[in-house]
Design a protein around this ligand. Sequence first.
Ligand code: GCO
Length: 486
Amino acid sequence: MSENHGVTRRALAPLLAGAALATTAACGPQDTRDEQPTSRKFPADFQWGAATSAFQIEGSLDADGRGPSIWDVFQKNPANIIDHSTAAVATDSYRRYADDVALLAGANMSAYRFSISWTRVLPDGAGVVNDKGLDYYSRLTDALLEKKILPYATLFHWDLPQALYLKGGWANRDTAKRLADYSALIADKLGDRIKNFIILNEAAVHTVVGHLLGTQAPGLKDANLLGPVTHHQNLGQGMAIQAMRAHRKDLHIGTTMALMPVRSIGSWWDLKDGLPAMAFDQVWNGAYLDPLLKGSYPFAARQFVDKFVKDGDLAITKQPIDFLGVNYYSPSYIKFDKTNPSYIGPALPPKGVPLDAFGREIDASGLGEVLTRLRDDYGNPTVFITENGCADPLSKDDAVISDDFRIDYLRRHLEVVKLAMERGSPIRGYFVWTMVDNWEWDSGYTAKFGMVAMNRTNGARATKASYAWMKALAKSGVLAPEQRTA
Ligand code: GCO
């Protein structure tokens, strides 16, 4: 299997640019020196954490009454997953969650972002509640709190109940209501101890990669779904926030987006490439930011969502949130493409921009761009960086334990975070993606994003260099400057 296969099979539309993406091995380094923050000390109450999602770590897919999700079905077809693996075991976290908590505590983490599997709790997506599934999250929560680690629970990280998919999935407006009911149930059952909730994870990825490119579940390639799937996720999110607040007043509710600065490959005055880039920005970023924070859709998104927006919907999508979760990996480059009906084509980044093993450009300045935009154009919401990280080289079977490239990547992005804070962005925490190498969706086990490696034969965990680095950082709150080896 070629490295490029990994890139092209993977999520983000702008990265589908072809062979040249397979050129570099790991996550750095970048030659240009970025602007540095004045102080390298983060506030004492800044949250340091790691992020995961249920389907990527839990395994035990049939245990204790869990129902099937669209990912259960999708992964059963080996052709859908690069290494033909399944998530049947993953990091075995359903059984080994105590190990995960010990690793978090060992790294001085004060927060943990995980997701709740909708079908563990509601096997059919609605209706009968599976207490054993709820119990798992209750045990995990207690174990975290005992170690003084704050739980941040994501409610929907792409694993839609198959029963709801069979009724139309996100193309069906009713799914929005189902999300709200499920969210209210979680607020009711777990809101006494979990106070921080993230409604959606990266709705843009789920829309585009799951329903247009078809390389993630549910594996559809239907441009007609862009409108309903986008809008019904936004609507469901608004309804879920309202429903949770109606159940409990003491929750901090946010949502997580995959925000990417979109860059035209042309000069700033070159509309030929600039207009497709602006349109893509509105489809990828604006179509989720605007309905939540402004109560509207940007022009390009309106072309496909308008048909599905009913009177009053935008008053529901616009909800006050306690924080916005930002997942950042890379910027995207766009050019005019006459072969694509939308004229939006992925482009290669300028020469010299390094790529990580996953084919993503390593460019921390893009995170700064996103944070500035939230500050200046979106009312400066409280932000948590809910994901950031990079993969070990894909070609290696074993994890890289001396992962200096990851330390370098994390440090560069944290410098940007600190600089943004000094310039007025209220950023309250940072979650590394991820703690233990896990099952990376259609890339299976080939992409390893963890600070901890896992032996897939016996489940044993081995910490990488980045783990020790994060441990020191979370303890001191001081971001060490780059260590240059002579
Ligand atoms: C995403 C998801 C994660 C991924 C991570 C690494 O951003 O795709 O939230 O589930 O595993 O981003 O690709």
